[in-house]
Design a protein around this ligand. Structure first.
Ligand code: FAD
Ligand code: SF4
Length: 461
């Protein structure tokens, strides 16, 4: 009983590569109760130390074990404003589950799967309670990703009048335009955002702060504090020859066209995306797995991950790598592209790669990939998707030179409070850390909300 996690049902890999429906299907009530009973209810629950938003994990699991699913949902919601999202995409194996005591000798308790079960169970059943009269003053949030949404929800619960300014026509940030439907259904994201709006949070769409209005104007409009949660949406490229050829995408563009513009529902949506027959995705993080699996679902005959390090160094979640393998994604590890080759019409026809071997560990602690001389070879492909990382878009900061940034272009903000070098301006999420995770962005939003509350209280004194 205590040995292995209760398995979560999944769509058959052969079937799911032909559709965009969710891959994992969630626990039944019986499965959830069985899994919850694996929890030891530790007196010193180490799992909680691994949760950046401080969810009371043993208490919610105890409620699941008793069949009190709605109460379990309320318990999670005290701390986590996006539980159905986190239950699906958080790297639990690196966070709460990594610390779980059961995990020392057996498989850790499936905290993420239980969180997802509880959040899904409670959908449509909860009553949203607004705490306070929102009379504590106005706070502006820039960006409606997990960091901004979390800060907004927490501040609204504390009684602030919160407005989010969002560049896109939809909220959610990467949850909406990056992570595909088959991993995170968009009606789930919408539902969690609607609940945050019901707390009294207003979202102003199509507002690119830095273009439509600047930070100073927000203070002139009597916002007492501003939280920047604008993410890291600017893609990186390798800087090799051929990256301007037709058929080369950044993963960001490719996934945005599919998820936000609904290219996968063409012709119902009139925004198709061209996916070739043989697609190479460069990189091995979650973004790369998402792009490779999306290409397969859009009809590519072969979808290949090209990565310069080995299997152990791949940064994607283990579950995503396993799912990609089951779906038939080809892995060309220890290979680095040195040039993208084109035909006479300027379309991609291949990638020149060089084989690599692993040397000593570098600053990141991972073994450094070293090229093997004379090992170049050509991989014939007609589409290349670059998924080698993102950095913050500098638009917002163009007219805000008094906000200090790091050499990587991220905002220099205090880890604990999100305070920046400009008074009244706080920041958190990927725009501070560089591309990271949903739960880290949410944790930063939560800590910043507390710091903003303290800051505004001090203004009143
Ligand atoms: P974002 O989610 O990027 O949100 C920023 C928001 O700010 C966006 O809505 C943007 O439109 C808006 N914005 C930007 N500039 C402006 C402006 N000037 N004015 C107004 N609005 C602006 N993490 C995981 O934990 N698990 C996963 O499985 C996972 N998979 C991923 C898959 C993909 C394809 C990608 C791209 C990322 C993935 N991540 C995953 C990482 C995770 O999604 C991010 O770390 C997280 O979304 C960061 O949250 P954020 O709020 O800081 O930024
Ligand atoms: Fe339960 Fe594991 Fe947390 Fe202990 S550490 S309370 S077993 S989930």
């Amino acid at each position: 009983m205590k040995g292995k996690k209760v398995k979560m049902p999944e769509q058959d890999p052969k079937k799911r590569v032909n559709n965009f429906k969710e891959v994992t299907l969630g626990y039944t009530e019986e499965e959830a109760i069985k899994e919850a009973n694996r929890c030891l209810q530790c007196k010193n629950p180490l799992c909680m130390q691994g949760c950046p938003v401080e969810v009371d994990i043993p208490d919610f699991i105890a409620l699941v074990a008793e069949g009190e699913f709605e109460k379990a949902a309320q318990k999670i919601k005290e701390k986590n404003n996006l539980p159905a999202v986190c239950g699906r995409v958080c790297p639990q194996e690196e966070q709460c589950e990594r610390k779980c005591i059961v995990g020392i000798k057996n498989e850790a308790v499936a905290i993420g799967r239980l969180e997802r079960f509880v959040a899904d169970y409670a959908r449509g059943k909860e009553e949203i309670e607004v705490i306070g009269n929102q009379d504590k003053g106005k706070v502006a949030i820039i960006g409606a990703g997990p960091a901004g949404l979390t800060a907004a929800a927490d501040l609204a619960k504390m009684g602030y009048e919160v407005t989010i300014f969002e560049a896109f026509h939809e909220a959610g940030g990467v949850l909406t335009y990056g992570i595909p439907e088959f991993r995170l259904p968009k009606d789930i994201v919408k539902d969690e955002i609607e609940k945050i709006e019901k707390l009294g949070v207003e979202i102003k769409y199509n507002h690119v702060v830095g273009k439509i209005k600047g930070l100073e104007e927000l203070f002139e409009e009597e916002y007492k504090a501003v939280f920047i949660g604008t993410g890291a949406g600017l893609p990186r490229f390798l800087g090799i020859e051929g990256e301007n050829l037709n058929g080369v995408y950044s993963a960001n563009e490719f996934l945005t066209r599919v998820n936000l513009m609904k290219a996968y529902r063409f012709p119902e949506y009139k925004t198709p995306v061209h996916t070739g027959e043989k697609v190479a995705v460069v990189g091995a993080g979650n973004v790369a797995m998402d792009a490779a699996r999306t290409a397969l679902r859009l009809g590519a005959k072969e979808s290949i991950i090209v990565y310069r390090r080995g299997e152990d160094e791949m940064p994607a979640r283990v579950e995503e790598i396993d799912h990609a393998k089951e779906e038939g994604i080809r892995f060309e590890l220890l290979n680095n592209p040195t040039e993208i080759l084109g035909d006479k019409e300027g379309f991609v026809k291949g990638i020149k790669c060089i084989r690599m071997e692993l040397g000593e560990a570098d600053d990141s602690g991972r073994r450094r990939p070293v090229p093997i001389e004379g090992s170049e070879w050509i991989m014939e492909v007609d589409t290349v998707i670059m998924a080698i990382g993102q950095r913050p878009n500098p638009i917002l900061l163009k007219d805000a030179q008094d906000i200090e940034t790091t050499k990587w272009g991220t905002i220099d903000a205090c880890d604990e409070s999100g305070e920046t070098s400009k008074e009244g301006v706080f920041a958190g999420g990927d725009t501070v850390t560089g591309a990271a995770t949903v739960i880290e962005a949410m944790g930063a939003g939560k800590r910043a909300a507390r710091a903003i509350d303290d800051y505004i209280k001090n203004l009143r004194k």
